[in-house]
Write a protein that binds this ligand. Structure first.
Ligand SMILES: [Zn+2]
Length: 437
């Protein structure tokens, strides 16, 4: 179970909600947590119940296309292309296999000769294997947009590495166009179902490969045509972002945007390079920034120079709580650095990373934080506004999303109690009788 991993190494944690109902959606978790903590059981207009979290507008900046397939789609696509290496062929079992395999690095705790990490990487070998044709990429992208919209996500930047989808003969351009068309289709299907979402693509280059300049040029060519930025991903150790300086310098000269996976497995030097050598607009994860923040016994906080810089410059941190637990970058939800980073007013954003491997959604990630830190709708709104401010689409569009979609959405949720009374009452006092009747 994921919950075993979540709480590994902790003793005496009074919290049980996520352990008793980790897969049941945030609802049971939220209610159980409220009941378990004296003083937090009150439901106020800003209480983030599971049902409200799903309806609240959400923004997602860090989510991998090849990490978010529906299990049933993986199986159907594998059938269609004759891929026979899936470990399971029943959707429920396959979903479970993905989640357990992704738990491996944290469970192994470095004493398995790297087998945990191998298994983690194997999960992406399966999903990429079935995403090699135009139709497959179109379908996966369309379903991605649909699934996010159904979960209340109104804006998403979804990333993928075009170079990983060339095995069946597609060109880089054909990959990008298939995914773009899929996102547009997904947006249309979502709208037909009553959900509004806008999806932009981030093109990722792999850190261990040598195609980053080519992919950066691709991102620039498809700018304003569905691609909103660039990213590098893959193993941090041994592959510093400075290996790809020419790609970042090219994008800067083109006035384009990029984020860099940094500070997940690797510590402060990786974050420092991503910012001060490469000029990243955002940090993918950045969770290890916590190593540069010192909290004394008496609670006073001292930021190191790098942490200060990140906070002063409002550098967005693309935090992914469940993923961080699985890779061992954080020990538990309760002890995830997001609690301290939010309290210190860093530009915190919350993300899913890989919805399939982490068996998660944006609503579940929010639910875990509500559970761990007692966040209310006001906290979730603050995080969502942070995310929208940090998106790579133009400023006027970000502002309109914040003022015309996100803020009204949260205001409406918080105002619902005003009308519940009217809906639940007939206006006649029970037992009252009209005199003389
Ligand atoms: Zn990632």
């Amino acid at each position: 179970m994921q919950s075993e991993n979540r709480h590994a190494g902790e003793t005496g944690t009074p919290h049980t909600a996520a352990e008793t109902a980790p897969r049941a959606g945030a609802g049971a978790a939220v209610r159980a947590a409220d009941a378990a903590r004296p003083g937090t059981a009150l439901v106020t207009p800003a209480t983030a119940t599971a049902e409200r979290i799903v309806r609240a507008p959400k923004v997602l900046l860090h989510d991998h296309l090849d990490g978010g397939l529906r299990p049933s789609t993986v199986i159907e696509l594998a059938d269609a292309v004759g891929y026979r290496d899936l470990p399971e062929t029943e959707p429920g079992k396959l979903a479970e296999w993905f989640r357990e395999a992704a738990d491996s690095p944290a469970k192994a705790q470095g004493d398995d000769g790297g087998k945990g990490l191998e298994r983690y990487l194997e999960t992406f070998a399966h999903t990429c294997a079935v995403m090699q044709t135009r139709d497959a990429l179109f379908r996966v992208a369309a379903e991605c947009a649909e699934d996010l919209a159904a979960d209340g996500v109104v804006y998403a930047e979804i990333r993928y590495a075009p170079e990983q989808h060339l095995e069946a003969g597609l060109s880089l351009e054909e990959v990008v166009e298939a995914v773009n068309e899929g996102f547009r289709e997904g947006e249309r299907r979502a709208l037909a179902a009553g959900n509004r979402i806008r999806v932009g693509a981030l093109l990722t280059a792999m850190r261990h490969a040598a195609r980053s300049l080519e992919i950066a040029e691709l991102a620039n060519r498809y700018r304003d045509l569905g691609v909103v930025g660039f990213d590098i991903a893959g193993a941090e150790a041994g592959f510093p972002p400075t290996r790809h300086l020419d790609a970042f310098e090219y994008l800067k000269r083109e006035n384009n945007h990029f984020t860099i996976h940094a500070g997940e497995a690797f510590g402060l030097p990786s974050i420092w390079q991503a910012l001060q050598w490469c000029g990243a607009d955002r940090l993918g994860h950045g969770v290890r920034l916590i190593d540069d923040i010192h909290v004394a016994e008496d609670g006073t906080v001292k930021l190191g120079r790098l942490a200060s810089y990140v906070r002063d410059k409002r550098v967005p941190l693309e935090l992914c709580p469940t993923s961080n637990l699985q890779t061992g970058a954080a020990p538990s939800y309760e002890r995830h650095p997001i609690g301290l980073l939010r309290a210190l007013h860093f530009r915190v954003t919350v993300n899913t990373d890989n919805r399939l491997m982490s068996a998660t959604t944006m609503s579940r990630e929010f639910g875990h934080l509500v559970d761990a830190f007692g966040y209310t709708l006001d906290d979730l709104e603050w995080i969502t506004v942070n995310s929208m401010k940090s998106a790579f689409i133009p400023f006027d569009e970000r502002l309109a999303m914040i003022n015309d979609v996100i803020k009204p959405g949260y205001a409406e949720l918080k105002a619902e109690w005003l009308f519940q009374h009217a809906a639940g009452s007939s206006g006649v006092a029970s037992g009252s009788a009209t005199p003389g009747a």
